[in-house]
Design a protein. Structure first.
Length: 236
């Protein structure tokens, strides 16, 4: 696998979805602009900090979804358009194609994280949020970690299953999680104490950062390895 081929594949994906095009840049710029307007309105009207937190939470939620959806849209377009077989004609090895797609995921996650950080500046300005500047920036790191983990897992399985099958699996997993939580909550165990202990352990910033880095790197690398294996086993 050559790094130049990986970068070439990433640039090719950027062009295919027009990632750095004018329309996409304006769409991403819309969030900081709306955040600025919302911050000014909340400051002038003297709205409580909870309102700012709610608005900022909506921005973070949108960014968390758009970051991995932007990367996954390439695989979805290949499947729906029926032109994934054309990848066999690209002068880039299969391993480099998958690695480039995962690099593309990293780029989209980083772009949306920067977008959230720009929104954080407006909401944190003037001490609008009770948590201050540090608390306003923490969601940016959480968004990046969440988007990278979810995007990596979905990207890997997109090389193995169709998008429709992935949605069915996603529904089954969500229902299973809710059922597991409901069953575990009925067991005679002090779950509240356990969660409080975990929260206390994660309250130290370097512990939380270390666990997040290890988790992100682990999921990212394992997902990329699985995707390469799935893609090599496919006939284009």
């Amino acid at each position: 696998m050559r790094w130049s081929s990986v970068v070439r594949q990433c640039r090719f994906d950027c062009v295919r979805v027009d990632l750095f095009g004018l329309s996409n840049m304006l769409f991403m710029l819309l969030f900081p602009v709306l955040s600025c307007v919302a911050a000014l309105v909340l400051t002038v009207t003297g709205a409580p900090g909870q309102v700012a937190v709610s608005v900022y939470g909506g921005v973070c939620g949108m960014a968390a979804v758009m970051s991995w959806m932007s990367a996954l849209s390439v695989n979805v377009a290949e499947e729906s358009g029926g032109h994934r077989a054309m990848n066999g004609m690209i002068p880039i090895a299969r391993t480099s194609q998958v690695a480039g797609r995962f690099l593309f995921l990293l780029v989209t996650c980083a772009m949306w994280t920067v977008d959230v950080m720009a929104c954080s500046v407006f909401f944190a300005f003037g001490d609008m949020m009770d948590s201050g500047w540090a608390g306003a920036m923490i969601p940016s790191a959480v968004i990046f970690a969440f988007s990278l983990i979810v995007g990596s897992i979905l990207m890997a399985f997109s090389y193995r299953f169709t998008f429709r099958a992935m949605m069915r699996i996603f529904v089954v997993v969500i229902v299973g999680l809710y059922a597991s939580v409901a069953l575990l909550s009925r067991l005679p165990f002090d779950w509240q104490g356990l969660l409080q202990g975990v929260a206390d352990f994660m309250s130290v910033w370097w512990r939380a950062a270390l666990i997040a880095v290890v988790l992100c790197v682990g999921v990212y690398c394992i997902s990329a390895a699985l995707a390469i294996r799935f893609y090599r086993a496919k006939e284009l």
